[in-house]
Design a protein around this ligand. Structure first.
Ligand code: PAF
Length: 286
């Protein structure tokens, strides 16, 4: 069922809560692919009712980013959700989510601001304010849908860590369920932004997963010094790549690691032309 208004979602949720049903939420920005579908599948399996939100959240895009050209494919998304057994596709307009849109600056609008320690690094460094927008919209979605469980992909692992922290700090009664990255056979992590890549870009994009898999293999062979682990990475890069970061950080609090251990996640971001791609890998064994 496709719903555009908060009022209608609330009515349904109230009905389900009265019946004692568990509710799962999969927040998305649409342009659904198999990565999203793996989250949706998990949610449908675990919860009595599944809500998928489809909302390209304007306040998490920075000036100059791809807000206007971000792929919007609601008809196809709705069909995929229907086939996957989703109960509600919640696709609000920006006006529905932000009725005070003309005053979107945080001088006039309540934002949820995650801790600076979590946002001043990795993607937060180049996308200033991005995670404020993410936390604000996810908080709104939690308040609207009141889910027992919410499903997020490990592809956006900094986002996942920040949202877990928000839920803990603000005592939000929802359990976050992390879902593993889904990759093409080539290793490329699925992302809605892969739609922007030409065939040649796609070949170049394999550098991300190759670098990460190589680091993991070296770590499994006993190398733990981050400098040594990083050295080989550069051999996968060419003139088409502009590396934004390759960093080793703690899986819980994003602290920098000088020596890798099983609690380390390796994060990478690089640009191919105008397209910015991210990926990560956990060094946890077993
Ligand atoms: O990961 C995303 O697609 C978005 O950041 C989210 C969580 C749906 C919030 O807009």
């Amino acid at each position: 069922m496709l719903i555009h208004t908060i009022k209608e979602v609330r009515e349904k949720i109230e009905e389900w809560k009265k019946q004692g049903l568990t509710i799962g939420l999969v927040p998305t920005m649409g342009a659904l692919h198999n990565g999203h579908l793996s989250l949706i599948k998990k949610c449908v399996e675990k919860c009595d009712k599944t809500v998928v939100s489809v909302f390209v959240n304007p306040i998490q895009f920075c000036p100059g980013e791809d807000l206007d050209k971000y792929p919007r494919t609601l008809d196809a998304d709705e069909k995929l959700c229907k086939d996957a057994g989703v109960d509600i596709v919640f696709a609000p307009s920006p006006q529905e989510m932000y009725p005070d849109a003309q005053m979107m600056s945080n001088d006039f609008f309540t934002y949820v601001i995650p801790p600076f320690f979590y946002t001043d690094k990795l993607c937060g460094k180049s996308r200033v304010g991005h995670f404020d927008g993410v936390c604000t919209v996810v908080n709104k979605l939690f308040n609207i849908v009141q889910p027992d469980f919410a499903f997020f992909g490990e592809k956006d692992r900094q986002q996942l860590i920040i949202l877990k922290k928000m839920v803990k700090d603000l005592n939000i009664p929802v359990q976050i369920i992390p879902c593993p990255i889904v990759r093409e056979e080539s290793g490329l992590a699925l992302s809605s932004r892969n739609k922007y890549l030409s065939d040649n870009d796609k070949k170049n994009a394999l550098a991300l997963s190759k670098i990460l898999f190589n680091i993991k293999a070296c770590y499994n062979n006993g190398i733990t010094d981050v400098k040594a682990l990083t050295e080989t990475a550069y051999s996968y890069l060419n003139n088409n790549h502009s590396l934004e970061y390759l960093e080793f950080r703690d899986a819980e609090n994003l602290e920098e690691k000088k020596t890798a251990d099983d609690n380390t996640v390796v994060f990478i971001a690089l640009k191919i032309g105008d397209v910015r791609l991210i990926d990560n890998i956990s060094l946890a064994r077993g």
